[in-house]
Design a protein around this ligand. Sequence first.
Ligand code: CA
Length: 427
Amino acid sequence: MPLTANDPSRKSWLEVPQNSDFPIQNIPFGVFITKDDVVTIGTRIGNYAIDLGALQQLNYFEGIELTDDMFMQDTLNDFISDGKKTWRLVRNRIADIFDSNNPTLRDNAKHKEVVIFNLEDVEMQLPVLIGDYTDFYSSKEHATNVGKMFRDPENALLPNWLHIPVGYHGRSSTIVPSGIPVHRPNGQTLPPGETQPVFGPSKRVDFELEMGFITTDANIMGEPIPVGEAEEHIFGMVLFNDWSARDIQKWEYVPLGPFLAKNFASSMSPWIVTLDALEPFRTESPEQNPEPLDYLKQEGKHAFDIKLQVALQPEGGEENVISNSNFKYMYWSMAQQLAHHTVNGCRVNSGDLMGSGTISGPTPDSFGSMLELTWGGQNPIKLSDGTERKFINDGDTVIMRGYCQNNEVRIGFGEVSSKLLPPFTKK
Ligand code: CA
């Protein structure tokens, strides 16, 4: 089925600011609450939120097989479950409805009033009910940096790393949308030079620059997803800040891996950008050497050129850009991650979230965590207000942005922004 929604020459009758992440070629999916407290599934063009539930009630999706209340739900899980054909039909139709040459909605003031909202008048929600959340560890640069710091500089990568897309099962219960503040976690740590652990607020709260992908119900229990089919089951992507407490992590992670250092919060951008919208930005993955086992072997372009940036904003201060990276640096592709995840028959459901793992580039200014940017706190970052950071302070806001751009179109993710608060206290 053609991807007519991606036509770069198409213009919308809705105003789209220059350099917007959300031209008519994007058409992401999200969930929002209107001023009247109505929850609905929507899309975004420019700085307008579009109520797909209202569009459906007004028959704008006529001819596409959808359940009657498909878009009047508080999650995208059912829509995602309908599969790629439906996603494409709906995206193509939305592009058509908002095309500058189509007068049907453009010239219908009554309909527009119930369909189109200013972005500032809606509140974005988590777009999916995340059943399961898996976090990978697929940036070679990141794994090497962490291995050097936490283990052995000479053998930074463990022997399995170049053969397996390493990952762990996280928790979905503390994944929040952009804008929701996060508390500094308490936990157990082993202070440097001590032999007995202590309990208290983490002193090394960090962000992890990641992207996440959302799956559809891809398989039944026992059924592996072949690597060549895996992308068919990926609905789209979000920006993802996988908050981490490095001191808790260091003490707890042996032998079973991350636990409480990671599950106190993860923040995601609210608009899911479809893999279809990202199609023009496919690029080569880094060379894989040694060659992966057969079930992970891939031909063609399966990386995506997505420019990523992290900014840190102190309370009341201005933003400081502290990292510029790119999703294309990932050693293992999303398809390889999903193929590996299911090769043992593990079931993947609609709305599951897979984190990429921290995305670090080859140069120090492209590292995706404070741990790496300050090299374990040894080289603090100077901010424009004269203060320094080894890790994240209470009151700091971490903002991640990402977009793709070619000569014709810019497709972006907006941002995931969240503030670190002091440890939780019961009021
Ligand atoms: Ca992570």
